[in-house]
Design a protein around this ligand. Structure first.
Ligand code: GUN
Length: 276
C-alpha cells in the first residue's frame, strides 16, 4: 500500500510552472471574484491568491459585498473579459442565494474560463479534445499519471455526479480508456458496484462513506471528500484507517487531492495565458 502524497506532487508541479513563468517575459493574470462572506470561500480565495503570488502570476482580487446585484456582477465580468492583462477569470462559487451563478458564468468568455465549467469546455471534454478541465478531476488525473497508474482497461467507479467533480472525472477516466461506472444517491447496491472497482474515486461529501467492504483488494482509492468528522477534524469520504491496508494506492485527507486543486487552477491559468 502506498499513500499518495498530493502535497509533494503539487509542489513539484508548481515548481515546474514557476520556472516556466519566470522564463516568460509577460506574466499570466488571474482575476478572482468573491461575493459575500462565506468563510470557507474566503479561505479558498485567499489560498488561490497566495498561490498566484508564489508562482509569479498576477492576481486581481475582487471582494464584492453580499448586496451586489446580478447586473453589477455581470458588468464586472464583462469588463474583465475585455481586459488584455486578465487571462483567467475565477468566480468563486457558491454565490449568495439572490444571484444566478449560471447566468453570471455566461459573462466569462470561454477563452478565460479556468474552471472548465463552461458549456464549451465541457463539450471539448466530451469530444476528448480537452483544453481546460475542472481543477479537481484534472488534479486526480495528474496524480494517477505521476504514480504511473494507467487507467487503460481498468474498471473505474466514480461516486458522485456533480458538474464540478463527478461528471468530468468520469469523462476523463473514460477518455483515458477505463471502463467507467458513475454511482449516486439513486444507485441500488452501491457497495457492491464500488467493490468491483480497480480505481475508486469518491466525491460524495460524507465522512466515512466508503468502508472497507466497498473496496476491492489492491484497488486504487482516490478521496475527493472534504468533510469534518465527529470531532470537527478535517476528513475525506473514505474510512481511511480501515480501508488503507486493502488498497494498492490511497490518497489521504488532508494532503491528497486538496493540494492538487489549486495547482491545477494555476496550470489552467497558464494554459490560457499561453494560448492567447
Ligand atoms: N467553489 C468550490 N470549489 C470551486 C471551484 O473549483 N471553482 C469555483 N469557481 N468555485 C468553487
Amino acid at each position: 500500500m502506498k499513500i499518495i502524497d498530493g502535497k509533494a506532487i503539487a509542489a513539484e508541479l508548481r515548481a515546474d510552472l514557476k520556472k516556466k513563468i519566470e522564463q516568460s517575459e509577460e506574466k499570466p493574470g488571474l482575476a478572482v471574484i468573491i461575493v459575500g462572506e462565506d468563510p470557507a470561500s474566503q479561505i479558498y480565495v485567499r489560498n488561490k491568491i497566495k498561490a498566484c503570488g508564489d508562482l509569479g502570476i498576477r492576481s486581481y482580487a475582487y471582494a464584492l459585498p453580499e448586496t451586489t446585484s446580478q447586473e453589477e456582477l455581470e458588468t464586472l465580468l464583462d469588463k474583465l473579459g475585455k481586459d488584455r492583462d486578465v487571462d483567467g477569470i475565477l468566480l468563486q462559487l457558491p454565490l449568495p442565494k439572490h444571484l444566478d451563478s449560471e447566468a453570471a458564468s455566461k459573462h466569462i468568455p470561454f477563452e478565460k474560463d479556468v474552471d472548465g465549467f463552461s458549456a464549451e469546455n465541457l463539450g471539448l471534454l466530451m469530444q476528448h479534445k480537452e483544453e481546460v478541465v475542472a481543477c479537481t478531476p484534472l488534479g486526480v488525473m495528474k496524480m494517477l499519471e505521476r504514480e504511473g497508474i494507467d487507467p487503460t482497461g481498468k474498471r473505474a467507479v466514480v461516486i458522485g455526479r456533480s458538474e464540478t467533480v463527478g461528471k468530468p472525472m468520469a469523462m476523463l477516466l473514460l477518455n483515458a480508456n477505463a471502463t467507467v461506472t458513475v454511482c449516486h444517491s439513486k444507485t441500488p447496491d452501491l457497495a457492491s458496484v464500488c467493490a468491483s472497482a480497480d480505481i475508486l474515486v469518491s466525491a460524495v461529501g460524507k465522512a466515512k462513506f466508503v468502508t472497507a467492504d466497498m473496496v476491492k483488494e489492491g484497488a486504487v482509492v482516490i478521496d475527493v471528500g472534504m468533510n469534518r468528522d465527529e470531532n470537527g477534524k478535517l476528513c475525506g469520504d473514505v474510512d481511511f484507517e480501515n480501508v488503507k491496508d486493502k488498497t494498492s494506492y490511497i490518497t489521504p485527507v488532508p494532503g491528497g487531492v486538496g493540494p492538487m486543486t489549486i495547482t491545477m487552477l494555476m496550470y489552467n491559468t497558464y494554459i490560457r495565458f499561453k494560448s492567447k
